[in-house]
Design a protein around this ligand. Structure first.
Ligand SMILES: C[S@@+](CC[C@H](N)C(=O)[O-])C[C@H]1O[C@@H](n2cnc3c(N)ncnc32)[C@H](O)[C@@H]1O
Length: 259
């Protein structure tokens, strides 16, 4: 086995290498960020969901697993009164970026970051957020059910999953397999994962699905533009129609609540 990096070492190397350019995803003034409108939408939905009055107890404990450069983590800390927010990530370079971002943030409670996959962090969490992370795990099902175990009663688990039925994903996975066959190893793949299987598994851990929305690649040229209206329209259609979700929706944004 020597010489083969463990999955978390491989993930950490992959994201260390991406850390310097990652924050441009969330910078609307950078051309590259136009392709990542989807990530800004999922960030915004997550913060809005948890910041809504009555959703969390006083001084809630919130964990952002695979927090990357801390964009969502800092927004949670700024938007939820008295929140104790912890971001964890396996990539030290991503965390350097997160700490820089945190230095400019105005948390209402506490905001901290730590390296690791965090399963040994003490205590129960009122909300666990993990966006764009489960698909990098060897076993996304047990990754998510492990976190479901760490929720306090009435706590929230918010995650995104790649939609395995999306044509775009199938095409990308095929392209990847071809590149691998030709010797071009492109690091840890992001695997799509059926949300039906995940929901069944999480039910066994006392978590019920309460919200499910679809997202796709879009140019995101502006919140009030025709392009944003077009993508909002498809988000709604994909939520109602299986065919539309196959044709359009790359990603599912899901919210579970613990009993
Ligand atoms: C695509 S980025 C998403 C970052 C952030 N959640 C966001 O939405 O901007 C995935 C992040 O998850 C981290 N990651 C992947 N697997 C992890 C694990 N098991 N534990 C902690 N972090 C992990 C990676 O290092 C990377 O920073």
């Amino acid at each position: 086995m020597s010489g083969i990096p463990s999955p978390s070492t491989a993930i950490s190397r992959q994201f260390d290498a991406r850390a310097a350019s990652y924050e441009t995803i969330y910078d609307k003034n950078v051309a590259r960020s136009l392709w990542h409108h989807e990530k800004r939408r999922r960030a915004c939905w997550t913060v809005q969901w948890l910041a809504r009055p009555g959703r969390l107890p006083d001084d809630p404990r919130i964990l952002d697993v695979g927090c990357g450069d801390g964009f969502v983590t800092c927004q949670l800390a700024e938007s939820i009164d008295g929140a104790i927010v912890q971001g964890i990530d396996v990539s030290p370079r991503m965390l350097e970026r997160a700490r820089k971002r945190a230095a400019l943030a105005l948390p209402t409670g506490r905001l901290e970051f730590g390296v690791g996959d965090g399963r040994k962090l003490p205590g129960r969490w009122d909300a666990i957020v993990t966006l764009g992370v489960a698909g990098y795990q060897e076993d996304p099902l047990s990754f998510l059910s492990g976190w479901a175990e760490r929720l306090a009663p009435r706590g929230w688990l918010i995650a995104t999953l790649g939609n395995p039925y999306s044509l775009l994903r199938v095409m990308r996975a095929t392209g990847r397999r071809i590149r691998e066959k030709m010797g071009g190893n492109r690091g840890v793949p992001f695997q799509a994962c059926s949300s039906r299987h995940v929901c069944r598994q999480l039910e066994e851990h006392g978590c019920s699905l309460v919200e499910r929305r679809f997202l796709s690649f879009s140019l995101g040229v502006g919140e009030s533009s025709w392009e944003a209206r077009w993508s909002h329209h498809w988000e709604n259609v994909a939520g109602r129609s299986r065919a539309a979700s196959i044709l359009w929706a790359q990603t599912e944004w899901l919210v579970w609540q613990k009993k």
